[in-house]
Structures are given as structure tokens and as C-alpha cells.
Ligand binder design. Sequence first.
Ligand code: FAD
Length: 496
Amino acid sequence: MEALVTPLSSPLVAVPLKHYPSSSSPLTTSLSFFQKPHKYLNHRIQNSKFGNFLDLIPENKSTPIEFDVNWLDLSHKPLLDVIIIGSGPAGLCLAEQVAQHGIRVCCVDPDPLSMWPNNYGSWVDELSSLGLDSCFDKTWPMASVHIDDHKTKYLDRPYGRINRKMLKMKLLDGCVSNGVRFHKAKVWKINHQEFESSVVCDDGNEFKASLIVDASGFASSFVEYDKPRNHGYQIAHGILAEVEEHPFDLDKMLLMDWRDSHMGNEPNLRVMNSRFPTFLYAMPFDSNLVFLEETSLVSRPVLSYKEIKSRMVARLRHMGIKVRRVIENEKCLIPMGGPLPVIPQPVMGIGGTAGLVHPSTGYMVARTLALAPILAQSIVECLGSTRMIRGQQLYHRVWNGLWPVERRLTREYYRFGMETLLKLDLKGTRSFFDAFFDLNPKYWHGFLSSRLSLMELAMLSLSLFGHSSNSSKFDIVTKCPVPLVKMMGNLVVESV
Ligand SMILES: Cc1cc2nc3c(=O)[nH]c(=O)nc-3n(C[C@H](O)[C@H](O)[C@H](O)COP(=O)(O)OP(=O)(O)OC[C@H]3O[C@@H](n4cnc5c(N)ncnc54)[C@H](O)[C@@H]3O)c2cc1C
């Protein structure tokens, strides 16, 4: 994808995250991004068999970001307050925020300047509220949801594709300005003593700090759990593709297409899809360039990747979408829900390691960017110049800073949302979203962006029940009691 991005023309200005100037309105399209791919790539155009794109080789080769960061000086023993493992969105954002208060921070990552691999989308208002609305490749003023062949909902809420190169450069720039050091290595092990910890890296180096923060993503083994991790999983196959033509409106992104008419000639797929449905997510950039992703919103056990790809082939064929070139592809696997890590514990977490992914949607970037300054504040209160709170007290303060009781309680509700979705078949899922997107926007916006209070979530539930069809009410009454009871139990445990 980065081959399609024109380099940033203006130098980045060093300002704290909350105060980035917004250089364009939320609905502005960065046209430079959408130049025809062949101007930048010199690959042979390979047409896929009608509708089947799986034999096309993705063309994009990820190139590292060119950026001068401050590397950790190994010539003498480094003095560090905080070591952050990982330089994904979570790690960089936290590093920038903590370091701006004079705390000595080092980010350790096998490749701190590599391009982030994932395609990120977000509601525009979520990044705008952080002053980051210039970090979109493209925005769409509306989103649409096909409930079935006869019903489509139009959502009056702008959505955007995050320009991950720009976002990463902004965060790196903030890190550099605030004095964050970087070290290129993989962390193997963390050792703890009473008031400090150390990370052991695969290059043989060991560094000490008062606090280690694990921002190494979902696969981390550093953060501990004391309850069974009964995740649901979002799994998806996505392609950024040049197509001959496509049927999508250019002024709307397609949030969900639950239609299954493409399975008319595929009885096996249809049976499985009726029980474990998938939808198409599409971001049309122009009449030939589109990001397409066949997605299982949540399943447990995880739906097979092969099944997802077969459904996508059938769908694109039915829609008459001929893929000329696959510019980029992604396999998306996101663990969702499950319990929070042990709170507190000596390793702090942020992002995928800290339960921040939305249990019912799989989204996380905007929320992490919003919560990083809050966690940073807790760290600064402990390690800032005027105080020195370390060891158990520090771990207690930082974990509770990120996960105060109210936030844990609302997460239980979002987990309940996920458990409910897991129980719904295609028919139930359609009815659910039909009612969900009829709610007062305050509720569905707030639910998808994790910003409702417990009381608002209770109101949402009542309203959702009121908007539901009779069959949906039946589903709720028959399928939800077990998850509901579990949620109530968890709420009690979390609140004592
Ligand atoms: C394909 C995909 C698409 C997604 N799309 C969206 C989306 O559209 N919107 C959204 O909000 N969310 C999305 N998510 C969910 C979530 O926002 C992302 O997974 C996000 O990248 C998580 O950020 P992170 O910083 O926690 O971890 P990561 O982005 O995974 O970054 C972790 C970093 O840590 C490094 N690392 C790992 N192990 C070590 C180690 N031992 N030592 C040192 N460094 C290490 C890695 O190299 C990496 O650089 C998506 C997830 C996936 C997988």
C-alpha cells in the first residue's frame, strides 16, 4: 500500500498528540493517495479468473519508514524509567505521551521503523476528537449496511481509512521530540525485582527500568491471566485490489453486507453461512481501486480461513467484481473479549495486550490512542520528578489508571454483547443489526466507540429490545439468559 502513498511534503511539527493541528477537514480526501497504481508500480497486470483472485500474488512490498529516531546509546549503562515493548500504535502512542513529561523511555521492537502491516479503519469523529483527522487516506461521509437483499441502512456517520504511514510518522515524530530512545531487538524475557524490572533481548542486551510496559500485541506472553481466556475471534481476509469495475457508491463505505444471494449455487457454503455468517466490508477509493474484506465478526472456535476465502470468491463472482491486481492482502485474526489480565501485575499492558480491543467489534486503534494519555498520566504521577512511587504501588496505580472499576464494568457489558453475537445465526444477526442501527445514534455511536456509561448501556439494552422484531425478541429471551447471568456475576465480582 505504501507504494501508493506520496511522501509527506511538509515536515512534521512536534506537538503533543492531543494538539495535532488538523490540516484538513474530516471529510477531505487525500487525493494524492489515489493516483492510479500503475504510476507507482511496474508490475505485470494479471487478470484473475472471473471472480477468483486467490491466485494473484500481492504486489506490495512493505518498505521501512525513513525517519531519524534516537537509538539507545549502548556505550554506557542506560538509565531508563520505562521500557515499552513494541512500536505498534499502542507502544508508540504511549511512549510519546509518557516521555513528554520528562520520563526516560525506551521502545524495544525488532523493527521500530517497519510499516505497520494492518489496514486500519475508524469512525472519523474518533480520530477528530484526538486532533488526528488529518491521518486518514480517505473518508466517506456515510456508511451503509445491507441487512439482506431487500433492506439497506444508510448510516449518517463519516468513516475513514487511517493513513498508517502518516499516523506512525506523527507518533515517531512526537517520540523523537520528547526524547524517546529506540532499541532494535526482540524481548525474550522479563525479570522482576522489588522496585525495578529488566528486559532480556535476543541480541544479548539486558536493560533495567522502573516499569516495563508490554505493547507487543495480541500474541504477547508477558502479561499474565488468572482466568481461562475464552476469546471469540474475528477472522477476515482482505485485499486492496484493482478491479475492472465494482458496484459500490463512492461516497459510502460498506460497513457490512449480510446478503447471501451469492451462495445460491453453493449449498455447502450457504448452510455454514446460515449458522456462522460472514459479511463483506468494502472501502471504495475510486471506480477501480477498492479494499474488500470478507469478515466473520466473531466466532468461537474460530471459523476456518479457507472457508472465509471461499465465501469471498463466491461473493465477488456473484457481484461481477473481476480483480485485475491484488496490491496488498491481509489475514486478520483478532482475539476478542475474554477476561482482563490480572490487575495489578508487574508488567503493565497497553493495546492488544491489555484487553483494549472492543469485545463486540474488534476495533481498537482509536480507543488505544484515546486511553494512552490517561495511562501516561498515571505513570507520570508515580515516576515524575516530584514523586517516586515504584514496585507494587506503581503497578497498582497504573493498572487501575487504565482499568478503573467503571471501565471494567462497561467492558463486561461489551463482552456480553460479544457472547450474544456468538449465539446468533444469520437470521438472528440480521435482525440484531436491523434493530441496532435503528437506535438513537447516541447509543449505537457510543456502543461502537466504547464511550457509554453503565447506565447508558442499560438504556441501550431496553431500547434495543423495544426496536427488535418478534423473532429477535425471542432470540434475546431464549439465547441471552446464560451470557446475561455470567455478565451479572462478573459485574458483581468486578465491583467488590
Ligand atoms: C489485520 C488486522 C486489521 C485490523 N484492523 C483494525 C481496524 O480497522 N480498526 C481498529 O481499530 N483495529 C483494527 N485491528 C485491531 C488492532 O487495532 C490492531 O491489532 C493493532 O495493530 C493493535 O495494536 P498494538 O500496538 O497493540 O499491537 P501491534 O500493532 O500488533 O504491534 C505490536 C508491536 O510489537 C512488536 N513485538 C511483538 N513481540 C515483541 C517482542 N517480544 N519484543 C519486542 N517487540 C515485539 C511487533 O513487532 C509490533 O511492532 C486490526 C487487527 C488486525 C490483525
